[in-house]
Design a protein around this ligand. Structure first.
Ligand code: F6P
Length: 554
């Protein structure tokens, strides 16, 4: 782990009285079993649950007592969490390493609100772009925006990567029920040509709109795919003017958009105070808006907004994102858990864990504090997951009986969008059963009482005491999706504020990009290049050159 050399009196969170109190408390509670916590309090399940913005969080199946919550809230108070939240909402430059405000909350603020950034009201700018997006989306959806040869647009391809892809694809999958089914929506992110090829092989370019989504408009993967898309279009339409009817851009970089050949009249902007992984509700959501329509998009924004308000105004011990963030810290820093599993019992949320990976891990995968001091504690856990019930038949075994502690977030909906015989009750029965099994397990006595032979008993014992949160929402709607995403955004923020890190930069992705640029000519050159990497990289490059064959595009 990083930062072992950090000296005392560095002002790190581990020196705070509340942290020390939690360390002591952990020693008392580490072996307490959820079985006894529930046995001692018949109402624990109701008491340790909160509702905010119509999202219900049952956190009773965590390895905590009321004292744990009190101590965690003390920690949040000592760390100035409230002030951090206010600083974000007021547009202060809390992304210090990039000297930027962090204002994704402005993307869902009502028109009546004002948040000045460098003398300009961010909220009115946001609504200006939203109105343009709505007008354009309506034109595409109702067939008034035609392709160059006069054909109606039937396919939309979003080209982007990271935050310019994961949010849009997650939201499209999540809200497919509300989407315009006569249209198809595809997402191309990977620089592997297979992604583009497979996304377009059955599409007619004359009926296809390409949205090039990139905050910077310089990301190599996205620009490579965008150029390939332009060539694909021109192969059918032969005229440069066709690009204007089939390409739009979403970016903060008008200059690069114009250089690429997209009319900036067909560009939808956003701002440097929207981080890529916090941008699915900005113009980056253009494909979402075309899919579900402007009214549904605005309903999603209203959902985000209601969770924002809950986060900003609710007491810390009744605040969903705060409680979830603090519980993550409890397991990550005191129990030594390395990961968090996110398990949506909703097939529509199949890309939600992937989306959360960028949100959480790009935000909180940091090794120094805001002041640049190495941390002497663990920061961001690894987020991962799959929808239930599928995961039950692959990795749940390890969560139940393995040697690693894996805190889990279970997410379920009370009403299904696809009522089909017994399916939904079965799905939800599994969700409830899993949290029950994880918490209470099955004791040796119980296993014996079932007549299990002695030799098999140890294999059939479930230790239990595996912590879970259960998040229940009435139904998956654009609004509830907004609430869920905002819940995790603020959960991640809470964690970052306690760890004193910059949750809004991502310097860690730079080095790989720089090195790849250096290697590209070494792979492409006809002459044998002089390789000056380490011996491993050199020999991998040589082997690749030997076997790769002639490039198809030369
Ligand atoms: O490489 C990381 C990253 O900078 C992400 O933070 C971002 O979401 C992604 O690349 C895409 O960036 P852009 O939208 O500028 O193409």
């Amino acid at each position: 782990m990083m930062g072992l050399n950090a000296t005392p009196k560095t002002g790190l969170v581990t020196e705070r009285p509340a942290w020390k109190a939690l360390e002591e408390h952990y020693q008392k509670i580490r072996n307490v079993h959820l079985r006894s916590l529930f046995a001692d309090d018949a109402h624990r399940g109701e008491r340790m649950a909160v509702e905010g913005a119509d999202v219900y969080l049952d956190y009773s199946k965590n390895r905590i007592t009321d004292a744990t919550i009190r101590l965690l809230v003390n920690l949040a108070e000592e760390c100035g969490l409230r002030q951090h939240i206010e600083a974000m909402f007021q547009g202060q430059k809390i992304n210090t390493t990039e000297n930027r405000a962090v204002l994704h909350i402005a993307l869902r603020a009502p028109k009546s609100e004002q948040i000045p950034v460098n003398g300009v009201d961010a909220v009115s700018e946001v609504h200006g772009v939203l109105d343009r997006m709505a007008a354009f989306s309506d034109q595409v959806r109702d067939g008034h925006w035609l392709g160059y040869s006069g054909k109606r647009i039937r396919n939309v391809i979003n080209i982007g990567i990271g935050g310019s892809d994961l949010g849009p694809v997650m939201a499209y999958e999540a809200l497919k029920h509300y989407s315009k089914r006569e249209m198809s929506f595809r997402f191309v992110s990977n620089v592997d040509g297979t992604d583009f090829e497979e996304a377009t092989r059955d599409l007619n370019p004359e009926e296809t709109l390409i949205i090039v989504s990139s905050k910077t408009f310089t990301t190599v993967e996205t620009m490579t795919n965008a150029h390939t898309a332009r060539a694909w279009l021109l192969k059918s339409l032969h005229r440069q003017e066709a690009v204007g009817k089939h390409f739009v851009a979403v970016s903060t970089n008008a200059e690069e958009v114009a250089k690429f050949g997209i009319d900036t009249a067909n560009m939808f902007g956003f701002w440097d105070w929207v981080g890529g992984r916090y941008s699915m509700d900005s113009a980056i959501g253009l494909s979402t808006m075309i899919a579900i329509g402007p009214d549904n998009f605005r309903a999603m924004l209203a959902g985000f907004r209601s969770m924002d308000e809950h986060y900003r105004t609710s007491p810390l011990d009744k605040n969903l994102p705060v409680l979830m963030g603090l519980l993550s810290i409890w397991y990550n820093n005191f129990f030594g858990a390395q990961t968090v599993a996110v398990l949506p019992y909703a097939q529509y949320l199949k890309r939600f864990p992937a989306y959360l990976q960028q949100l959480a891990m790009e935000s909180n995968g940091k090794h120094v504090t805001l002041a640049g001091a190495p941390v002497n504690y663990q920061t961001g856990p690894i987020y991962w997951g799959e929808p239930g019930t599928n995961g039950q038949h692959s990795f749940y075994q390890l969560i139940h009986q393995g040697t690693k502690l894996t805190p889990c977030d279970f997410i379920g909906f009370c009403r299904t969008l696809n009522p089909l015989g017994p399916h939904h009750d079965l799905l939800m029965a599994n969700l409830f059963a899993q949290t029950e099994a994880l918490a209470f397990g099955r004791t040796e006595d119980e296993v014996r009482a079932e007549g299990t032979p002695d030799w098999l008993v140890p294999h059939r014992v479930f230790e239990g005491n595996r912590p879970t949160n259960t998040i229940l929402v009435e139904r998956l709607t654009p609004e509830s999706l907004g609430k869920l995403v905002a819940l995790y955004e603020h959960n991640v923020f809470t964690q970052g504020a306690i760890w004193q890190i910059d949750s809004f930069d991502q310097w860690g992705v730079e080095l790989g990009k720089v090195l790849a640029k250096r290697i590209i000519p070494e792979l492409e050159s006809v002459e044998e290049p002089l390789l000056q990497h380490d011996s491993s990289t050199n020999s991998l490059i040589r082997r690749y050159r030997r076997f790769k064959g002639e490039p198809s595009w030369k």
